[in-house]
Design a protein around this ligand. Structure first.
Ligand SMILES: NC(=O)c1ccc[n+]([C@@H]2O[C@H](COP(=O)([O-])OP(=O)(O)OC[C@H]3O[C@@H](n4cnc5c(N)ncnc54)[C@H](OP(=O)(O)O)[C@@H]3O)[C@@H](O)[C@H]2O)c1
Length: 478
């Protein structure tokens, strides 16, 4: 049985790859994750999981020990010094693999050439070079452009723009050619690479037919049954285009800017190795990829999203499951009066996204608007289209920090704040205890808390009541 290591298994690609490889009986899977609780109980029971990161030598050495093929699906794009972090991370990983006698590293990076690459793409190229530069180990380096799949950043941008804007004045770069690829085709290549025996390193450029961003938007509109008009003008600067994207889509500035920067130059396949080494894989056409992504969303089957990962040096929900150091609280207690606590838990877990926050929608939206204005996520991330929440799920400007079925939901705030904040729902046998915790940073943190307190007394009091009321309604409806 081949022993496979997947890193980045809580990220967009890694999570889906993990799910796909679980169906193969000839593989033994091991994951290296920064926070095992993000995997969810189901997965954690079926896999060997090692908690650690590429900067921690001991867990890294345990993760690679006895492994045949190691997937490198890591990056830390959100951190300020991501280029340095990503280079160091790749070096640590490669050296650990060599010491452990790993035969092959499989890496997924971005399509494009060094000469015209954006800062983000350059870092992805550098990672590939670091992983492939030592003769002791073989590397298969896949390079993909825009990935089309439910929850992928590029697809969310396309979908949001097309859905919200019937007429678009677009920058000239919408005519730059790229080769989009369906996420399921990316997974097919990654999986097939496990069985490819190699004597030398390989770079494999993957993608379906080349098209421009304009074609992608019009194609998506067609699949969504919408008619859209795009008018390209030469005066929209990359910065303006990025602001435009954060206004109308879910992504924050750093992702919008990276995408716009990346689309300034052509990203098409520079080699034919996909066809040569993987002739059995024929990437599906763009409209089919869009249809599949939309269908996954409609059927609430989104396995992973672009905002699942922390995009930072550390896992963003690790050690945040206890608001112990918060010194300020807003607590609301609502008696259940015989309502099943599980129904109350379900109602608490339903908040956010399209459902909204049950009450004072205007105030929630206003808070989200101010957050976006200062560079935060606002409410635009919504929530993953899936029946249940899991640790690490984004919920508008919150993230799930802890979840104990039927008992507790703890959200940690990712809005721009002068301190750390949590929203906790503690469901007891006869009452719901809802607490907003705040750990202020300096004097401004305290001033902020008292300034927003009048709004809290409206919003939080009603939120707790609404959750119990909805649970009661759901119970009556059967
Ligand atoms: N997604 C796309 O559209 C796309 C397109 C083209 C190419 N690619 C390439 O595909 C690869 C994977 O991308 P992705 O979108 O799946 O990334 P992602 O969603 O941002 O996930 C990154 C993963 O890396 C983990 N991680 C970060 N630093 C780590 C460290 N030092 N040690 C261990 N784990 C660490 C994160 O863990 P936490 O959950 O703890 O944060 C997360 O699981 C990248 O090389 C990317 O360039 C992606």
């Amino acid at each position: 049985m081949k022993k496979i290591l997947i890193t980045g298994a809580t990220g967009y690609i890694g999570r889906r790859l993990c799910e796909k490889l679980l169906s193969r009986q000839d593989l033994a899977l091991r994951l290296l994750v920064r926070n095992r609780r993000k995997l969810g109980a189901g997965d954690a029971g079926r896999l060997e999981v090692i908690e650690g990161d590429t900067f921690s030598p001991e867990p890294l050495a345990r993760a690679v020990a006895g492994i045949d093929t190691a997937f490198y699906l890591i990056h830390s794009m959100g951190a300020g010094n991501y280029q340095e972090l990503d280079r160091q991370s790749a070096e640590n990983f490669r050296d650990a693999c060599i010491r452990a006698g790993v035969k092959k590293i499989i890496y997924l990076g971005g399509l494009g050439s060094k000469e015209t690459a954006s800062r983000h793409l350059l870092s992805r190229i550098e990672t590939g070079e670091v992983l492939s530069e030592r003769p002791e180990i073989r590397t298969i380096w896949f390079r993909a452009g825009v990935i089309i799949g439910s929850g992928s950043a590029s697809f969310e941008i396309i979908r949001n723009l097309v859905e919200k804007l019937p007429v678009m004045v677009t920058p000239i770069w919408v005519k730059t050619r790229t080769q989009p690829i369906a996420v399921n085709d990316v997974l097919a290549y990654l999986t097939a690479a496990i069985d490819l025996e190699l004597r030398e390193n390989l770079v494999v450029d993957i993608g379906a037919a080349a098209m421009d961003f304009r074609g992608m938007m019009l194609g998506a509109a067609q699949e969504m049954g919408l008619r859209r008009l795009l008018i390209p003008v030469p005066v929209l600067s990359p910065r303006l285009s990025s602001y435009w994207l954060i206004l109308f889509t879910q992504v924050p500035y750093r992702i919008a800017a990276a995408l716009v920067e990346g689309l300034k130059s052509e990203t098409v396949a520079l080699n034919k190795n996909a066809l040569r080494y993987f002739p059995e894989i024929l990437p599906r056409a763009y409209p089919i990829a869009v249809r599949e992504a939309l269908s996954e969303m409609e059927h609430q089957q989104v396995i992973s999203r672009w905002c699942d990962s922390s995009a930072d040096r550390y896992c963003d929900v690790l050690a945040l499951d206890d608001p112990g150091d918060a010194i300020l609280q807003d607590r609301r207690i609502v008696p259940l009066r015989g309502i099943d606590p599980h129904a109350v838990f379900r109602a608490a877990c339903d908040i956010g996204g399209e459902q909204g926050w049950y009450t004072y929608h205007f105030l929630w939206r206003l808070r989200g608007f101010f957050d976006k204005l200062v560079g935060g996520y606002g409410l635009s991330r919504g929530r993953r289209a899936a029946p249940e929440l899991r640790i690490g799920d984004a919920l508008d400007f919150w993230k799930v920090a802890d979840i104990r079925p039927g008992k507790r939901l703890l959200l940690t705030a990712q809005m721009k704040l002068p301190g750390k904040a949590w929203l906790e729902f503690d469901i007891q046998a006869d009452q719901l205890v809802q607490t907003a915790h705040f750990s202020p940073r300096g004097l401004w943190g305290r001033v902020y808390w008292y300034l927003v307190s009048p709004f809290h007394s409206l919003v939080f009091a009603d939120l707790a009541r609404q959750i119990v009321a909805r649970a009661s309604l759901a119970e009556k409806a059967g």
